[in-house]
Ligand binder design. Structure first.
Ligand code: F6P
Length: 546
């Protein structure tokens, strides 16, 4: 049965018709304690939902919808390792990666918590060796530069987290430089290699499948660079200059990663949910294993909250359900992620994959076309910079956009640098100003009635403010797990499988088909006229046959 046939869905429709014309300024007028009534907290996170276009009845109906959709049962399936990724017949057990040692979770007859902690220990040993200067390159010098080569989930999470937590860098990391290369076109790796010393550079090849062409082509370029610089055998270079992180030991072996340099994760961890595993090695190199454990602890705390808290007090559930309200009942199709903290600059890109690769689906779990909208278009930018770019559209454009403001209450407190403290204060003021105007529009300006048309603000753009006490590995873990669970809740309501990504597979196969005429310089007539024409034009411009 389509979710649209559920009783609470129908009630929400009616409710939306009845309340849809209410402006956020009316809602604030009606209820002066709106903030107190719509804020939710858990440890180091506070979520302010008061600037969402909801009232008590909305949240009650949204919670009824979770009950009608058996959300609690789905949450249990997620945590206990049921094969809820049905198209690949796999569990999605990223929450197990955060379980403290001493717990037990049997999956396919194996206690995976033990396995997970054994791998964390191996990862810890690698971190220790690199930090201690004991990982030496081909000339015997200690490695001082790391390049993580990966793409999608094997890049976005560690990239985002390393930047976000750079102020928690451990002294042992010393001057270790950590870079990321993901793009298939080679521009990142080429620029990077130009400025690095091959004798002291270690590459982490991160790929769940270890077949992703983007990653392998960058890895091959790195290997060739090392060969040319050193003149040494592949065996020596593989041993001294590469670590592999993958779910496929076989593929790592085929590529040449020696056994001691292989770190594993498992089929039951989705790529975009993998930064809690050895894919997070660059994070651990930045913040140390203790910091990494703190990040896991924060995520685990959110897991417990998600599993236990009642709907009305449950942060991920409310974040998800209000997203459903905006998408399916207020017909808002765009979602902006606006961190007011430069350390979170890569959060929007990370969430683009997490949300859109997970829930960008148009058929339900049974293959039936859905008759409702699923994942909206998500994008974002550091808030203060976005103010000077696309906020004009948020304030005065024609599109309704839901926004997440992500901000930290405390920053630079112990820095002894009053200028930086002042900059943080300024940032907070801007964050609050923007969400206030977006919500309330004209009603916050003094001359509401006399202002010229070009100085008028429609307002009524709903937003959630996510306030972190401060950005620490722990609160960061909470934040990312919050979004992971939000995505899961929405998938349950929409009845879709969030853990596969078949939409991107055909493109990979098609690219292989197109490689042939491009490499052989033989355009043909086998494709559509646009593709044939473009192939011929490219080859002509390259000086080949047309
Ligand atoms: O193409 C999409 C995708 O499969 C993502 O889901 C994944 O995170 C990325 O490619 C990288 O895959 P891998 O880690 O196997 O190289």
């Amino acid at each position: 049965m389509s979710v649209t046939q559920k009783k609470s869905w129908k009630q929400l429709r009616k409710h939306a018709v009845k309340t849809g014309n209410l402006h956020l300024s009316d809602l604030f007028m009606e209820d002066p304690d709106r903030f107190d009534n719509y804020k939710l907290g858990s440890e180091q996170l506070l979520l302010d939902f008061s600037k969402q276009r909801i009232n008590r009845q909305t949240t009650e109906l949204l919670c009824s919808l979770t009950r009608e959709s058996d959300l609690s049962a789905w949450i249990e399936k997620l945590f206990s390792g049921d094969a809820i990724n049905t198209s690949e017949n796999r569990a999605a057990l990223h929450t197990a990666l955060r379980l403290p040692s001493g717990n037990e979770l049997i999956h396919d007859g194996v206690d995976i918590v033990k396995d997970i902690h054994q791998n964390l220990a191996r990862m810890g040993e690698i971190v220790r060796r690199i930090h201690a200067g004991q990982w030496r390159g081909y000339s015997g010098l200690p490695v001082d530069t790391i390049v993580n080569i990966g793409v999608g989930g094997s890049d976005l999470g560690p990239f985002m987290a390393s930047k976000a937590l750079s102020e928690a860098r451990v002294p042992e990391a010393g001057k270790l430089k950590i870079y990321f290369a993901s793009t298939m076109d080679g521009s990142q790796i080429a620029d990077r290699l130009d400025n690095l010393n091959p004798a002291t550079t270690l590459f982490i090849i991160s790929s769940k499948s270890f077949t992703t062409i983007d990653t392998l082509s960058n890895a091959n370029t790195a290997m060739q660079w090392l060969r040319q610089a050193s003149g040494l055998s592949d065996e020596v270079l593989h041993r001294r200059h590469f670590i592999g992180v993958s779910a496929s030991g076989e593929k790592m072996q085929e590529w040449g990663i020696p056994p001691n340099s292989r770190l594993f994760f498992w089929d039951w961890i989705g790529g975009r949910y993998s930064m809690w595993s050895a894919i997070g090695l660059p994070i651990a190199l930045e913040i140390g294993m203790q910091g990494f454990q703190q990040m896991l602890a924060g995520a685990h705390a959110m897991d417990l909250h998600f599993r236990d808290a009642p709907c009305e007090r449950n942060l991920p559930i409310m974040l998800a359900m209000i997203g459903i309200w905006n998408t399916n009942f207020l017909n808002i199709r765009a979602h902006a992620i606006l961190p007011y903290d430069g350390r979170l600059s890569h959060l929007p890109a990370y969430l683009e994959q997490l949300e859109m690769e997970s829930n960008g689906k148009c058929v339900d779990r049974d293959g039936v076309d859905v008759d409702y909208n699923t994942c909206p278009i998500l994008w974002g930018e550091i808030g203060p910079n976005a103010q000077h770019a696309f906020y004009q559209l948020l304030h005065q454009g024609t599109e309704s956009v839901m926004c997440d403001f992500v901000v930290t209450a405390r920053r630079y407190h112990d820095s002894g640098n009053p200028e930086l403290q002042q900059q943080h204060t300024l940032t907070l003021a801007n964050c609050l100003a923007q969400s206030r105007i977006l919500a309330l529009g004209d009603t916050v300006i003094d001359n509401e009635v006399t202002a010229p048309f070009f100085k008028r603000y429609r307002g009524n753009q709903p937003s959630t403010t996510i306030l972190l006490d401060e950005l620490t590995p722990y609160s960061f873990g909470q934040l990312i797990a919050l979004y992971e669970h939000k995505v899961f809740v929405q998938s349950v309501i929409w009845g879709i499988n969030p853990f596969d990504q078949w939409g991107v597979e055909l493109g990979k196969d098609m690219a292989t088909t197109l490689l042939e005429p491009l490499t052989q310089k033989r355009p043909g007539k086998q494709f559509d006229s646009s593709t044939n024409g473009l192939l011929a034009s490219i080859l002509e411009k390259q000086g080949g046959k047309s």
